[in-house]
Design a protein around this ligand. Structure first.
Ligand SMILES: *Cc1c(COP(=O)(O)O)cnc(C)c1O
Length: 386
């Protein structure tokens, strides 16, 4: 072997997989500002759980910090710790339930805790005393979701108990809607009423009112009366509406485009089935391309023989079963070449495929489509001004 011949080492970044999620930070910032304008003077707690709904939690948190978000919402402790380790200084509320042995880590990383029972309050208070810190806590009241929190009809005892915890600062008190993206808002208004009733405790005892919050995307769009002191927008921030029923009273634009490239072209002969299970075949020859994306990336297998993609701005059907890493697209008589761009969702020229369409094909909701695009798909940020 000739040792003088050497191949330049190319970094992974330089040969990023063609299957990628492109995120436009400028669009995301515009969505944030539109929501903020709409809910003002309420504060903003953008929700960045589940890798910021697939958009990349660290970059999105950096953007939110630049936009002066009042607080960042995450679901689990680890998401909060990651953001602190990446240098995020904005207050962070962990929305999920906690285990006792996690409490010291909240203090170590200056994270705000959700207290959802008297027992947890006392645990937090005790450990805060031992560690000589003042715990930052939001109290969770369950007004009808039946997930975590103290039931509204037991709220008084809970709030009373919180006053006895001298090592805890009650910064906020909150609840969560069960179906605020529905057309029928009867139950949501009932939940709001239960919440307001529980909050009277603070007035009754002439106490300073903590930051009150209950609203997420659906209610931000449909129930401005629920904005209170702060709102918690999740999916709307990323430019996707929470349901097809909810009113679209705020303009947002999808911030991400899922794309790939054509890697292979061929003609499939009549009566030659395609893919695992031989689930699709044609009675005539068709031209087809293969695209390197599959259910191993979060392109749901349940969309087999239903999904469509855009190539050169035109819609084409995915044929046969979606494999773990590849799909086949029928372009009939058209032409496409290796390296042509394939849009899985997003816009191309005048045409677009939405996250909602993928959700319909997969029999799920847009939230699940976004949060299932996994780590094998590189996130690429197209707007560098942040
Ligand atoms: C996920 C979540 C939100 C955001 O919900 P969207 O419908 O995405 O706006 C708000 N609050 C809590 C407690 C959540 O878990």
């Amino acid at each position: 072997m000739n040792e003088s011949v050497s191949h330049p080492v190319i970094s992974v970044e330089e040969v990023v997989r063609p299957t990628r999620l492109e995120i436009d930070l400028k669009t995301l910032a515009a969505n944030y500002n539109n929501i903020k304008r709409h809910v003002a003077p309420a504060k903003m707690m953008p929700v960045l759980k589940a890798n910021a709904y697939g958009h990349g939690i660290v970059r999105i948190a950096q953007l939110m910090e630049k936009l002066c978000a009042d607080c960042i919402g995450v679901a689990v402790l680890e998401e909060g710790i990651l953001l602190r380790e990446e240098g995020i200084k904005t207050p962070i509320l962990v929305l999920g339930g906690i285990w006792g042995n996690q409490i010291p880590l909240f203090f170590k990383h200056d994270l705000t805790i959700t207290a959802s029972s008297i027992e947890k309050l006392n645990q937090i208070d005790e450990i805060a005393a031992q560690m000589k810190v003042k715990a930052k806590v939001h109290l969770k009241i369950d007004t009808g979701m039946e997930r975590i929190g103290v039931h509204y009809y037991n709220a008084e005892k809970f709030l009373e108990a919180s006053l006895k915890c001298s090592n805890i600062e009650i910064e906020g008190v909150y609840s969560h809607f069960a179906n605020s993206d529905d057309t029928d808002l009867t139950f949501s208004f009932l939940q709001l009423e239960r919440f307001q009733e529980a909050l009277k405790f603070f007035e009754k005892h002439s106490l300073k009112m903590p930051v009150r919050h209950i609203s997420k995307s659906g209610s931000i769009l449909q129930m401005p009366v629920a904005n209170l002191d702060m709102v918690r927008p999740g999916i709307l921030l990323y430019g996707v509406y929470p349901s097809s029923e909810s009113r679209r009273s705020i303009n947002v634009t999808p911030a991400s485009t899922w794309k790939s490239l054509v890697v292979y072209f061929k003609v499939i002969k009549a009566d030659h089935p395609v893919g695992y299970g031989l689930s699709w075949k044609s009675d005539h020859d068709v031209r087809a391309v293969t695209v390197p994306v599959g259910y191993g990336d979060g392109y749901f297998r349940s969309m087999s023989n239903k999904a469509e993609v855009l190539i050169r701005g035109k819609r084409y059907p995915v044929i046969g079963r979606i494999s773990m890493d590849q799909i086949v697209v029928n372009i009939e008589n058209d032409s496409a070449y290796n390296g042509d761009e394939v849009i899985l969702f997003g816009s191309d020229g005048g045409n677009k495929i939405t996250v909602e369409e993928l959700a319909d094909w997969a029999g799920t909701i847009p939230y699940e489509i976004l949060t299932n695009i996994n780590t094998r798909v590189p996130r690429v940020y197209t707007e560098q001004c942040f």
